[in-house]
Design a protein around this ligand. Sequence first.
Ligand code: MGP
Length: 226
Amino acid sequence: MSNEKKINEKETEKEKINEKETVKENEKLEEKDIKKGHYTLDFDPQQKHPLNNKWTMWVDGYSNSKKWGEDMKKILDFETVEDFWGMFNNLVSVSKLKHGTNFHLFKYGIRPEWEDEVNINGGKWNLRINRQSSKLENLWLDTVLSIIGERFEPEEEICGAVVSIRNSGDRIALWSKTAANKEVQMEIGKTWKQELQLKGIRMSYLTHKSSLSTNKRGGLQATYEL
Ligand code: MGP
């Protein structure tokens, strides 16, 4: 073997040893990090993850106000995953809200009322829930995650969602924009049912115009059913 070849082989061996040592060094560092309680090596806690839309959480019905909407209050605007969880984890759990209270989660700029210009031609899918707190909490969280996570097609159809605590039976409603488009509303309703893993439960869709014309929810004819 020529001297040059021998030198090259030695160099390659040295490089391999160096690589192995670097790997060992890194493993030691990671072990040290884990011992120190650092489990997320490439994680920047300052960096927030933006949602595609900005959202607002509202509450009403908590006071004894007789006029609808009078006690409607903004809780928070948020537009990142971190700010959403920061808010959600600190909100009173829906199962502990008093009778008559509603939480409304709507896209920023849309007021949670039939008359808002984005809602006016829309309607809502309504889900009635038997009083069983864990179920209500999970269904509300799944609904919220499905809207901020944009699980619906087309996403622009979604305006917001409302959870209503009532002695007569709690409800969650999913508000959408174009009530006249049956195909789109049926797809949204089906997706919602899938997201909540609901089987064998009937839901009805009601237009806001019909609610407005009678100023009532109960007793109205459903526009669509699923
Ligand atoms: P609700 O709370 O949606 O129905 O609306 P519920 O739970 O059957 O009734 P409750 O009495 O048990 O609270 C109750 C009433 O609030 C309706 O009948 C309307 O008079 C009024 N209301 C509700 N919403 C969502 C609106 C709205 O968007 N605009 C206006 N103008 N009134 C509303």
